[in-house]
Design a protein. Sequence first.
Length: 344
Amino acid sequence: MRVLFLTKYSEKGASSRYRFYNYRKYLEENGIHPSYRPLFGNSYLNQLYRGNTVMKNLLAVYFILKRMVYIVFNMKKYDHVVIEAELFPYFSYGFDYFFLKRISSFSLDFDDNISANYRNTSRKDKIPELMKRASFVTVGNRWYFSEFEGNLIYLPTVIDLCHYSWYDLQEKDEVPVIVWIGSPSTQRYLSLIEDTLADLSGHQDFKLKIIGGNIPLDPKIRVEYVKWESSSENLELAKSDIGIMPLEDSYWEKGKCGFKLIQYMASGIAVIASDLPANEEIIENSVSGFVVKNHQEWSVKVAELLKNKQLRLSMGKAGRKAVEEKYSYQVWGKKYSEIIKNNK
């Protein structure tokens, strides 16, 4: 079976990498020959990360035209096409549909609530209409089932257990380490609990490790900034004690997948997260971590974990067990292959 993945980015883009490229070997093992065509090349990502808006936009036009030409002349090669969210970001449903008519069988995939981008525009019906027309839609969060119509199928964003070794670390820093992992585009969420962490630092000793971000925080908080490296990510997390995932309670965030939590849990550390749908689904509250609703609960639960090493350890082990059972490619590789073969 020949399947084309029209991703948004190359493997350099985290969402595209985890939800598509990392499945390659599992698809091949299960009778699917995957091909990958990202919309935006690495040159676009480089300009995006540098903040060069003019060059980024010029490259976007070039890459969009390139995708149009490819769809017009190459769709007969494939038995099925998997599209990351939408064919052409910011265009109307009618524009996407003009090109989708050339594809005999297609599905969509969402790990972010892209419809939030169009909610207050004339294109607000774009994503709902695309979902209804697709053969099936894979979503990383069951919240989508209550919001959209169509053949929706749950597909969490998962990790490769081979890349997340279980580190039974006997020696950690005496000072507990709270960790956050992400990118400059999402580090703003740390400001949601900045005051809480600053207040706690006045009477509890801890360090905040920020991996992949550089946001300046209250000087009362002892912060360590760590450059993200794929080779050291797992160890940096495992050397920490508490993984955090604060989020705003908005329409966009309700559709997020909670992947940070899975990374933390795979590394064997306790977690605390805002009470958004995916987080509530991933965390078994008070077993593998805490789901919190407001600033007071953030303060109480962070303090509880900082004081209680045994609780941190037991939650870390429970989280690792949950990932091994439910959130790995080893579990989902064959399942995803069957989803594609049975629903195209």
